[in-house]
Design a protein around this ligand. Structure first.
Ligand code: HEC
Length: 135
């Protein structure tokens, strides 16, 4: 039942969203796009769009942390880049919920500017699916 519902949601997403968001991203990416509204005050998500308070997030999944030409990365994020940590769902889950904590635990240095995001588990999974769709 649950699976067929998800399947139906995926089909709907593929039909209504058009190019850029594919069938495989399913309904989660579409739901995640809505969650991303709360990230937009600081982040753009379109290819080549300018950085805001935080870096542009197009293609962030699979990319080394802190590796865009954003000029205001914190010491924690610079250290994250030096360590070559690559953004995947596991790292993003921890980072989005509490960016400073993630950076201090992984690099021993502080993050800056990214406030803890209060998302429930579903919203978190959906917003990560959305970030994954930005390729
Ligand atoms: C108040 C502004 C603000 C909000 C809101 C915000 N961010 Fe950020 N974000 C930042 C800043 C600033 C950085 C860079 C942090 C640093 O250098 O320590 C960042 C970094 C990131 C990175 C790492 C980017 C890279 O180049 O490695 C990701 C991923 C990210 N944010 C995701 C999100 C998501 C998803 C949301 C919404 C759920 C969100 N952010 C909401 C300010 C924000």
């Amino acid at each position: 039942m649950r699976i067929s519902k998800l399947f139906a949601a995926s089909l709907t997403a593929a039909i209504t969203l058009g190019p850029g968001i594919t069938w495989a991203d399913g309904g989660a990416a579409a739901a995640g796009k809505k969650v991303f509204a709360r990230c937009k005050s600081c982040h753009t998500a379109e290819k080549g769009a300018p950085h805001r308070v935080g870096p542009n997030l197009f293609g962030v999944v699979g990319r080394t942390c802190g590796s865009t030409d954003f000029s205001r990365y914190s010491p924690g994020m610079q250290s994250c880049a030096e360590k070559g940590i690559v953004w995947d769902a596991t790292h993003l889950e921890k980072y989005i919920v509490d960016a400073s904590k993630f950076l201090e635990e992984t690099t021993g240095k502080k993050g800056r500017g990214m406030t803890p995001q209060k998302l429930n588990a579903q919203q978190l999974a959906d917003v990560i699916a959305y970030l994954e769709s930005l390729q």
